[in-house]
Design a protein around this ligand. Structure first.
Ligand code: MG
Length: 252
């Protein structure tokens, strides 16, 4: 078990993969409105990947049938786009990964469908903030537990809980590389972060408790208590200075 340090050449390709992910998430985000069937997002993702000579990280991964994961309201992650139609006030998470010349990028965002409740807005803000706190902690010389603890503290201090059974991950030639990055943990624990490590940091934050359940389709993960959930993710590179966000875009 070791965390792979990327070469400069790999970093170049990962920046391109990250940019592709960001561009396509932005295109999908702009389509979010009441009446949209989530299947439409998958069609957009497939078309836009093709235009960019990229492929999906998700389609075919352990048999997953789509290019993008969607999760609405109490769904947390891994939902399959389909006939379900978005309604005013829903929140929808889109998790999307792309492979460009063998290297991967992975990001997620949660957006409101039209006007949503103050509670949902608070949750989106807290989850985006938790991601930002995690990224800020991902400095060369810091330890992985510092990232996990920063995410947990941010979310819990706002009265929310972090999902424990699903984690962030290293990323590179494989979508899921070492290390696993839990969204909870203790500061000053775990491996030391070094320049050239690339991490997908992805807080999943619930309004209620942290426990989850699996839908009958064996893919969609939901909150056990039916509370709302949000998910934000970026792929970032550890540098000698500030972390470099490879999937930065106008979608969150
Ligand atoms: Mg991920």
């Amino acid at each position: 078990m070791s965390i792979i340090i990327k070469t400069d050449e790999e970093m170049k390709l990962m920046r391109q993969a990250g940019r592709i992910v960001a561009e396509i998430l932005e295109i999908m985000s702009k389509q979010i409105k009441p009446g949209l069937a989530t299947k439409e997002l998958d069609i957009i993702a497939e078309r836009e990947l093709k235009k960019r000579n990229a492929t999906s990280s998700f389609k075919g991964y352990r048999g997953f049938p789509a290019n993008v994961c969607v999760a609405i309201n109490d769904e947390i992650v891994h939902g399959i786009p389909g006939k379900r139609v978005l309604r005013q006030g829903d929140i929808i998470s889109m998790d999307f990964g792309a492979i460009f010349q063998g290297l991967q990028g992975d990001a997620a965002t949660t957006v409101a469908v039209g006007e949503t409740s103050p509670e949902a807005k608070e949750l989106l803000k807290a989850t985006a903030g938790a991601l930002e706190a995690g990224i800020n902690a991902a400095q060369s010389g810091a330890r992985l537990g510092d990232v996990s603890a920063a995410i947990q503290n941010f979310a819990e201090s706002r009265g929310f809980s972090v999902v424990r059974e699903y984690t962030g991950h290293g990323i590179g030639r494989d979508m899921h590389e070492e290390p696993q990055i839990p969204n909870f943990g203790l500061p000053n624990s775990g491996p030391v972060l070094k320049r050239g490590m690339v991490l997908a940091i992805e807080p999943m934050v619930n309004r209620g408790g942290w426990r989850t359940r699996l839908n009958n389709n064996k893919w969609t993960v939901l909150t056990a208590d039916g509370s709302l959930s949000a998910h934000f993710e970026h792929t970032i590179a550890i540098t000698d200075g500030e972390p470099e966000v490879l999937t930065k875009g106008e979608y969150a």
